[in-house]
Each structure stands twice: as C-alpha cells, then as structure tokens.
Design a protein around this ligand. Structure first.
Ligand code: NI
Length: 509
C-alpha cells in the first residue's frame, strides 16, 4: 500500500491562463475529430470500432461511461437554491468508506460552500433543482431552471476496470449567461494498490513537458494551432498541473483535455506507445488495467455502509418500528439490493426470538434503536417501569448484536420531560408519518414517504405490515429520484446523536 498522492493535497482552482490564451487566439480551423478508443457515452455506450491511433490526435472529448460500465458506483447529488443563485453538484463514489470517496466529497464540499459563502449564504442542502432524478452515477437528472448565477459540479466516469476507477470532475460557474470553467480534474482510485491520485500523477516526475509536447503535436496535427506555436510556452508549474490533472485513461492511452479561452476545451488522445517512457508506475498500471477491460470490482462492503455527509447532501432516514418480524429478512434483502440504509426500532421480545435478524440489521450497516419491551405508552408508567422497559430491550439488543442501541423511539411517539430524563438516550420520533399501520395501500405509503419528505426528514414505517415491505423499493427509488440520499438516523448527525434526553424529530436542516 503506497500513500495516496492526491488525497491530502490542497489543489488550487487554477485556470492556466497562458495555455488558454495561446489556444484561444490560435487558428480555429478545427480538423476532423476522431472517436476516443474504448469510450462510450451514457446514450451510446455500446462497443464501437477502436481505431489504432499511432499519433496524438484531437478527439471529441474524454470518455463518459454509461450505466453498463458504472454499476457499483454510488451516485451523489448536492443542491441548493436561493433567489440569487443555484448550485447543483453531481459526483459518484465507490461503495464503502474509501479515501477516493472522501477526496471527491471534500472537493465538492469546498467548492459549493465557498460559492454559497461568496453569496453571503450558509450552505444548506436541498433537492429542488432536480428533475428526473439523480439517475445513475454521473448521468440522469437535470436543472428545473437556471437562476441568475449558478455553480455546477459535473462528473463523468472515464474508466472502470478491475480495481481501477477514474472520475472526471468539472466545476463551472455561470453569471449572466456566461460560463466560466473553475476546474477540471480526473481522479483515480486503484483499490488493489490503495493509491488515490489525480491525472497529473499518471506521468513520471520531470516528464511533464514531454507529455505536453505530445499534446501540442496533436493540436497542430488537427490545425488547432499554427505550426511552430507552443501553446504551453511559459506555463508555470500550477498551469501545467491544471492541464495534466485532467488526463483520462483509456484502454489505448490517455485523453488530455486542454482549456481554451472563451471556447469549449479541446481533448487530445495520446497513444500509450508514445506515452510509455513518460508514465509513472501508476500511469503504466492504470492503462494496463483499463486495457484489460475486466468488470469493475469495488470490493465487498455491507449495504448501508456507504459514508454520507448529511451537511453536504440532502438526507432522509427511513425507519421501521415494532420488528423484527417474519417480514424483516425479506425487507433486508430489498435494502441490501438497493444499497439503502435504514433505521430499525426494535421490541425486546422480538429481538430475543430473532437474534440473528437483529444481528443482520447491524451487520448490513443499518442502525438499530430501542423501541421498549412491551410497547406501552411510557408517559403512563411509573419511573421504575419506564427504566425497565428501556433497559430490558437494551440488554436484548446488546446480547444479539454486541452493542446496545444509541437511541430510543418511544411507542406511539409518546414522551414527556419526565420520560426523556429517565431513559438515558436521545429520543427519536419522526416528521413524516406514512400511517402504514392503517394499511392504506402501497401507493399511499409511497406517496406519503416520498412526497412529504424534506431534507433531514425521518420517515415512520413498520416492518410488521406486508404492504409496507412491498412499498419499500418504490419509496427508495422515489426519494432518490427527488435527489435525496438515504442515511440512518445516527448518520444524519455524523454518528453523534444529540445528548440523552433530547427530543429529535428530524436531522439537521
Ligand atoms: Ni411501535
């Protein structure tokens, strides 16, 4: 395991002015663009003939892989809208906790928070910008309208093969109809070596100028620049890094995308044969792995264990009370398949009769909470019985899962100051009630859960009613289509629930 090269680096939002100016003023007699070998777009992601390119050549753009090559990646969306501005950020992270996911998430957080800050607003995650849903990793969804000013973070998965994933992240701002590129970078994660790096690390140290010379050769060959012009002359280290950071690995080489002042950027494919002596160890390995074409393998991690920052994205918690029941294993199958985390408020006797199910809840990355022993209204019980209702169930949960619950949901949501002081846990209720116990029909449960949720919502359901379990796939899809990210209740508080005795009905918003 080598240390990550890009993860902790603080990368500046650089636009290489010298480079952009040289290209922008160069002759604009664009030559024919070749397709990028081994690439695809979400709308046309089937194999196409791969020409054997021997020289650097301008291509239509870096790869943008579609659903057939991005299965396993987790889509993320962060949005905020005010009268003055809108932010829409989209990216994809590998499942489970990874340094790559953290690196992308923190880059997005930095970009959107500083943009909101610039407009005198604190970042508050919302979902209102999305029409047609988040879709898959880096595809689907759209803005409902364009306000006067906006910031967008777009992503494209450029490569997935075996342990390797490469993702391009483009930050663009628009003011009065004019778009300005803030940054374009392609990030890589190699799960086999543990390396996380941006495109500039594909090249051996000291070989940057020779790589750029090959890129310039491609620009000249296509007529993008005049013979004899070196668009990278005088570029400082920061500008060179900014260009090379946007290097997309393909099975046959690398596509370097160069910014052009006032125009769409130009992408140049440099074949592996020419690059080979200039590549770093990571770069050589990345092209080799991409050329191998093995299906993406993100490694095993439990469903519901994907890290989420609910101060960045709009989260909703779905919660299930009164189980585990005979329906719970089937529900867990559904949640596993959907990679959807949930929170279960369990009854002590039910845990004692199905300890394996309680354990599976925790092992799958879901949260478990205390729903008392007898399901009595705690406000009507004397002190000692209130304590006993909670502690007996805590003991059952501890025995089944190895740890007691970290929050209590009182039966009927009923608690008062006396009860909350007695129970020694934060008291979690809900702000969206599906009233599924009345069995109003699958559609109504879905409509309430999806339609009434807001950022931070906690949705009440019961894993003791068959129509509820039937509704769950549509609830998960519907919430995600609105732009929400599912998170457990503790995850909404970054694992640190408010102190014992606090009444909680939703996450931070
Ligand atoms: Ni209940």
């Amino acid at each position: 395991m080598r240390p990550a090269r890009g993860g902790r680096r603080r990368v500046r939002w650089l636009v290489p002015v010298a480079v952009a100016a040289a290209l922008g003023t160069a002759a604009c007699t664009a030559g024919p663009e070749a397709p990028v070998p081994g690439t695809a777009t979400p709308s046309a992601s089937r194999a196409r003939p791969v020409p054997a390119l021997a020289t650097p050549v301008v291509v239509a753009g870096p790869p943008h892989l579609g659903p057939d090559r991005t299965a396993g990646l987790v889509p993320r969306l962060a949005a905020m809208r005010t009268d003055a501005f809108a932010v829409s950020a989209r990216w994809a992270t590998p499942p489970g906790a990874t340094e790559f996911g953290d690196a992308l998430s923190s880059r997005v957080a930095e970009a959107v928070r500083s943009y909101a800050d610039e407009h005198g607003a604190a970042w508050r995650p919302g979902v209102d910008l999305v029409a047609g849903g988040v879709g898959g990793p880096c595809w689907g969804g759209s803005l409902l309208s364009v306000p006067p000013a906006s910031l967008t973070v777009d992503c494209a998965v450029v490569t997935t093969a075996g342990p390797l994933v490469g993702e391009r992240v483009v930050v663009t701002r628009r003011e009065a109809g004019v778009a300005t590129s803030i940054s374009r970078e392609t990030w890589y994660s190699d799960a086999a070596t543990g390396a996380v790096f941006d495109g500039s690390a594909l090249y051996a140290t000291g070989q940057e100028a020779r790589v750029l010379a090959l890129v310039a050769e491609g620009l000249r060959a296509s007529g993008r620049i005049a013979p004899g012009v070196d668009p990278f002359a005088g570029a400082d280290a920061g500008a060179v890094h900014a260009v090379l950071a946007d290097s997309a690995v393909t099975p046959s080489g690398v596509v370097v995308t160069v910014p052009v002042a006032g125009e769409v950027p130009v992408s140049v494919h440099v074949p592996q044969r020419l690059l080979d002596p200039l590549l770093s160890e990571e770069g050589r390995r990345a092209i080799e792995v991409a050329a191998g074409g093995a299906p993406y393998d993100p490694g095993a991690s439990p469903a519901g264990a994907d890290p989420v920052d609910c101060t960045l994205v709009a989260c909703v918690s779905i919660s299930f009370d009164d189980g585990p029941s005979s329906l719970t294993p089937g529900l867990l199958d559904v949640l596993d398949r959907e990679r959807a985390p949930a929170t279960f408020y369990v009854l002590g006797p039910a845990v004692n009769s199905s300890p394996d199910v309680a354990r599976r809840i925790v092992d799958s990355g879901h949260a478990i909470g205390d729903h008392t022993w007898r399901h009595a209204d705690l406000t009507k019980l004397p002190d000692d019985q209130v304590r006993r209702e909670v502690s007996r169930t805590q003991a059952a949960i501890d025995a089944a899962t190895g740890a007691p619950a970290t929050s209590l949901r009182p039966p009927y949501g009923a608690s008062d100051e006396r009860v909350r002081k007695l129970v020694g846990l934060p008291v979690v209720v809900w702000d969206v009630d599906t009233r599924d116990w009345e069995e109003p029909g699958v559609d109504t449960v879905v409509q309430r859960a999806v339609g009434e949720s807001r950022p931070g919502s906690v949705v009440l359901m019961h894993d003791t009613h068959e129509p509820t379990v039937e509704a769950v796939p549509a609830v998960v899809d519907g919430l995600r289509a609105r732009g929400f990210t599912l998170a457990t209740v503790p995850a909404q508080f970054d694992g640190e629930l408010p102190p014992a005795g606090t009444l909680v009905s939703h996450g931070p918003r």
